[in-house]
Design a protein around this ligand. Sequence first.
Ligand code: SAH
Ligand code: SF4
Ligand code: F3S
Length: 444
Amino acid sequence: MDRNKGQKKYFIRTYGCQMNEHDSEKISWILTNMDYSETESMEEADLIIYNTCLVRENAEIKVYGNLGALKKLKREKPDLIIAICGCMMQREEIRNVITSKYKHVDIIFGTHNIHKLPQLINNHLKTGKTIVDVLEDSREIVEDLDANRKYFFKAFVNIMFGCNNFCSYCIVPYTRGREVSREPENILSEIKELAKSGCKEVTLLGQNVNSYGKTLSREYDFVDLLRAINEIDGIERIRFMTSHPKDLSDKLIEAYKSLDKLCEHLHLPVQSGSNRILKEMNRKYTREDYLLIIKKLKEAVPNIAITTDIIVGFPGETEEDFNDTLELVKEVEYDSAFTFLYSIREGTRAARMKNQVDDKIKHARFQKLSQVLNEISLRKNEKLLGETFEVLVEEVSKNNPEVLTGRTRSNKLVHFKGDKNLIGTMVNVKIEEAKTFFLEGTIV
Ligand code: SAH
Ligand code: SF4
Ligand code: F3S
């Protein structure tokens, strides 16, 4: 749907993960149906929406800062509607802060009731009051929501919602509720529609995709779903986010060998290399379990790229625990990794742990870990020099209008010269330069 046709204008800012990004695409679709069009300028907007994240403190602080700055705008333009949604709004104590200290906010809604937005806007317009509408948890999946997707050639597709894992540091189970899987028929028909409209790549979204199917009324698991998607004409690449090591099956490892569209990349968050810390984190696997999965994967798919998430400075982490993480990183040889300083999240079990790590030590470990990871990334990228890869062309580089960027099946970012008409197509690129975070090459 054309998001630039509506009379009124909305501005949306998204914080956090792909789940939120995709929720914002759904909100955008809803608003387009309400005769709104998107604007990149807050000053121009009739409606401003912040889709928030609570996973770490810095995400939260950013929202409060940006929200404060909207006060002036609202004063100058009293008809402006300000709405906040997303993970922060699932927490009552945060809603209370917003309603008491940020009185210029007009609408508060949550992660389970995006579909009610038109009703909430109308209620606000009718009453002039602040509307707060949040569902604490919901097993109901609203299927009739479409999305205004950012790219026509690649798409996020939800396969499940929520999380049951309760890793002791993590707030997500308290914001996204209990795990629930979408019916395969609904997922497959969405992907078929996407393929018809030119989509080549799908990224299946869930907090723990390996446990897909557990809430369905029949036997059907993640690999069954992958097999069915692999049959859909037009789809050329299948990706997924995120996997939990405790549920990663041999069946999935085998699937990499038999499913030609499944991309040679796995994002497998390890969080820590220390068994003691993994236990405290409630991750339910050991370092040895994790390394065994990696060994099997590399045997099955020798060119697979492996990426991860790591938390530094979890409560009680000693120098020895941290060294275990460094050693694991060197053994796995990650292609890249997201590293995070442990952040206290009120309401989680780890927040109540007494032995919080000193900030200075956390930062020093973070620096050391980043350095080791970067050296490995560069070394792995240098091994690709001279090779040619299929690249899905994504966009024009922000720094150079003559340069295009795209991704290999292994999810490596590649820069190369080319015409912007190539966006959305597959090209072959020969790698000529290797950097830590991307590759450079020429179309051949
Ligand atoms: N469901 C996914 C992603 C969860 S959030 C998964 O399990 O992998 C993404 C990442 O944020 C996590 O993998 C973790 O590394 C990080 N994270 C979550 N809570 C955090 C906290 N309190 N402090 C620092 N990092 C955190
Ligand atoms: Fe958070 Fe763990 Fe669930 Fe991931 S699996 S969302 S880290 S609780
Ligand atoms: Fe995602 Fe942040 Fe929510 S990481 S699930 S938007 S808390």
